[in-house]
Design a protein around this ligand. Structure first.
Ligand code: NAP
Length: 291
């Protein structure tokens, strides 16, 4: 589908590139010749992924333990990357999310998501964009959002609000930075099985079964499908596409199934079980973090 040298000589940063969709996109870009940078908070996960992708593709990949919630840490990471050579592309992929009744959320719970998704994505975008502008270079930015940017979504309000903010950033900067040769687009995936998605958003088999039943294509997405869309949007072949949010969801959101509305049927005890499962996942991830 793509020329094998599509990204030869290009440098791309994928935030959250150590796992899930970020890793799948990093793999595709490397297969097509890009030099990759990936960041995340768990250094061990990044190093493992880098070793795996370098062995698979024969390409070059650099790891950056960085918490994108911290603007200073983001600036240091981007400065370090620029010392290797300027980026040509950025994928804002890092995010966090969990299902919860909004009345149960603490301000800390809200901030835990908004600080990564809304603030962190802005810090990285601005740190990269201002260097492109200062260096009179163009570039391509893809942000991974959700179809909730169009519909909102019950039970994941901090994520829905933050992702809608990224969609607004994509459209705003497409206009502001278009004359400087910088394109911004966003991808709104439906369900793609990843650890983040399964453990925090569909923590029971029954919830997963119901979700798939409501997708017109009757299946979840395949990671290479998402990675191919990202490769197209990232490439110069898509040079006239900017400011777009493109769904890749098997028709899910058009079927009114993009959200978690059906969760209104859950009981208090169901919610207690869900919270316990999510807290166990968070505790395990925290134990692995280095930053
Ligand atoms: P995932 O595997 O949990 O990926 C999230 C990544 O973000 C992890 O590598 C994580 O690494 C990183 N991250 C989280 N907080 C960070 C922080 N503060 N600083 C730096 N990195 C951070 O989940 P995924 O399913 O692949 O999700 C990837 C993207 O796709 C997200 O934007 C998500 O909203 C979007 N999405 C996914 C689906 C789906 O079905 N999978 C559907 C719609 C949208 P550390 O924990 O090591 O920091």
């Amino acid at each position: 589908m793509f020329r094998s040298d599509l990204f030869k000589g290009k440098r791309i940063l994928v935030t959250g590139g150590g796992t899930g969709l970020g890793k799948a996109m990093a793999r595709r870009f490397m297969e097509l010749g890009a030099e990759l940078h990936i960041c995340g908070r768990r250094e061990g996960v990044l190093k493992e992924t880098a070793a795996e992708l370098a062995a698979e593709t024969g390409g070059r990949i650099h790891t950056h333990p960085c918490d994108i919630r911290v603007a200073g840490a983001v600036d240091e990471m981007i400065t370090e990357i620029w010392q290797h050579g300027p980026l040509d592309g950025l994928v804002n992929n890092a995010a966090g999310n969990f299902i919860a009744r909004t009345e149960d959320l603490s301000p800390r719970g809200f901030d835990a998501i908004a600080n990564i998704v809304l603030h962190g994505s802005f810090y990285v975008t601005q740190a990269v964009g201002k260097r492109w502008i200062a260096g009179k270079r163009g570039g391509s930015i893809i942000s991974i959002v959700t179809t909730w940017v169009w519909t909102g979504s019950a039970f994941v309000v901090p994520s829905a609000m933050s992702k809608a903010g990224i969609a607004a950033m994509t459209q705003s900067l497409a206009v502001e930075w278009g004359p400087k040769g910088i394109r911004l687009n966003a991808i709104a995936p439906g369900p793609f099985p990843t650890e983040g998605m399964t453990k925090r958003l569909a923590p029971t088999e029954e919830l997963e079964r119901r979700m798939i039943g409501a997708i017109p294509m009757r299946r979840v997405g395949k990671l290479p499908e998402l990675a191919n869309l990202a490769a197209y949007l990232m490439s110069e072949e898509a040079g006239y596409i900017t400011g777009e949010v493109i769904a890749i969801d098997g028709g899910q959101w058009l079927n009114g199934a993009g959200g978690f509305g059906a969760l209104t049927e859950l009981t208090d005890s169901d919610w207690q079980d869900i919270r316990a499962a999510i807290e166990a996942t968070n505790a395990r991830d925290k134990a692995q973090r280095t930053v």
